[in-house]
Design a protein around this ligand. Structure first.
Ligand code: NAG
Ligand code: NAG
Ligand code: NAG
Length: 423
């Protein structure tokens, strides 16, 4: 078995902390919660248990009077993914009867699943707003998350089940969900990604995949270049202890589970001198506009599992400052997998210049640092000017884009406008 290359301490910790820490609410609305210490101890919470039994449609969509369909989609490498479809708005199918409803595919980030989009009220959450505006909404869930722990032959207890990184999300998950939505609707698709959902979209479209069935793409809190995360996190890593990292890698190499990461975090936060409240603000930036009730709901439902290999791959992206395939850590292993001693890069400049793109990023977002977004934009400098819409939101941090109480006015309406412009 190829041992994954050890990414730098800072990089790996950054990722662990960041991805889990984005949920910490800023104190704007109600009391702040240290919720992620409770990970794994909330099995009895209403939304979580309802979802566990009935799925996302029943727990989070139909209760608000929307139609919702559960779908299963098989990837070429055998994973069975769960999707939700909200085919029309609450008022029914009449609002845009003159046109067929255009499909929108919504892709979440790492360590969460599609339910994160649905935690705010129907008036505030992205999928329902899109449905009400006349779109046919499809919510993707990536392999390894709660309702995607299925494979034609592998069991989640097998290490092989977790033997993938975001390369496989690019080569298998995205094609599977795109093909499925296209086969069901017969129409080109609008894509919306958040966080890792932006990275896999960018990587995929840069290789020319999916672009023939893609109408346009909106990237919220884009994660592509990640090198500026290091500076903010170096200080944290220096205060941490190396032993835990080694343990984490040891465990994760065989059977990585979200629980191990969370135990690691708890241990880290108990370490003398580490103040996790400070840490969170320092790492994620201040989310301006979260509702503490929504955040509580989030904590009951997330985080979801991913593979350690995926986390390592992300950490490599932080460390190396390039968007490349998974690095096996040794030239000979890379040669074996890629026929080259270094992993091949995803060249973002190869995204077709006439593909309509909408990019929205926040000034307080520590995970999607403005300098890294600038790097991304540099790679898009030859993009057709009239096909590139860029939005900068000074007060927004990473989680505001999914759960911000004012995201409808600030972001989602702009996305709707952008989509309607691409007729
Ligand atoms: C993981 O997949 C790689 C090929 O991508 C293979 O070389 C390796 O043996 C696999 N490891 C496990 C544990 O299945
Ligand atoms: C916060 O969420 C609660 C529960 O869903 C809701 O009653 C309240 O109106 C929300 N507050 C804001 C400011 O949206
Ligand atoms: C990426 O693609 C652009 C144009 O598509 C090309 O000019 C550039 O050299 C490529 N960069 C690399 C590193 O291959």
């Amino acid at each position: 078995m190829a041992r994954p290359g050890l990414p730098s301490l800072a990089a790996f910790m950054s990722l662990c902390l960041l991805v889990l820490a984005v949920v910490e609410p800023h104190k704007a609305y109600g009391s702040s919660s240290r919720g992620w210490f409770n990970i794994g101890r909330n099995k009895g919470a209403p939304a979580a248990s309802a979802a566990a039994v009935n799925g996302i449609c029943a727990s989070s969509v139909t209760i608000y009077g929307y139609k919702c369909e559960e779908h299963e989609v098989k990837t070429q490498d055998g994973y069975i993914l769960n999707m939700q479809r909200i085919p029309e708005g609450r008022a029914g199918g009449t609002t845009r009867s003159e046109n067929k409803r255009q499909p929108v595919l919504i892709q979440h980030g790492v360590l969460v699943d599609g339910m994160t989009w649905l935690l705010n009220s129907p008036e505030q959450n992205l999928p329902m707003i899109l449905a009400d505006k006349g779109f046919d909404v499809w919510i993707a869930n990536t392999r390894g998350t709660r309702f995607c722990k299925k494979h034609v032959s592998l069991d989640p207890h097998d290490p092989e089940f977790w033997n993938w990184s975001w390369d496989e999300l690019v080569s298998y998950d995205l094609p599977a969900v795109f093909d499925f939505v296209y086969s069901q609707t017969g129409q080109k698709i609008h894509y919306i990604g958040h966080s890792l959902g932006t990275l896999i979209g960018l990587a995929s479209f840069s290789e020319g995949h999916q672009v023939d069935v893609l109408k346009s793409a909106a990237f919220l809190s884009p994660i592509a270049y990640l090198s500026h995360m290091n500076t903010a996190l170096g200080a944290v890593a220096a205060r941490a202890f190396v032993g835990e990292i080694t343990t984490l890698f040891g465990v994760a190499e065989f059977n990585p589970k979200g629980r191990d990461v969370s135990n690691f975090l708890k241990a880290l936060c108990n370490y003398p001198g580490v103040d996790c409240y400070d840490l969170l603000t320092a790492l994620t930036g201040k989310n301006c506009c979260l509702n503490s009730s929504t955040v509580d709901l989030f904590i009951r439902n997330e985080p979801q599992s991913t593979s350690t290999k995926n986390m390592v791959h992300l950490a490599q992206t932080v460390r190396d400052g390039v968007i490349a395939k998974y690095n096996y850590g040794r030239p000979d292993y890379n040669l074996m997998h890629y026929g080259e001693t270094k992993p091949p890069i995803y060249n973002i400049s190869n995204i077709p210049n006439d593909l309509p793109l909408f990019i929205s990023y926040g000034g307080q977002d520590a995970l999607s640092d403005v300098r890294d977004v600038q790097l991304l934009l540099d790679h898009l400098k030859f993009h057709d000017v009239d096909k590139l819409t860029i939005q900068y939101i000074k007060d927004y941090a990473h989680a505001d884009f999914i759960m911000g109480i004012n995201a409808k006015d600030i972001v989602y309406n702009k996305v709707v406008q952008f989509f309607k412009h691409q007729q």
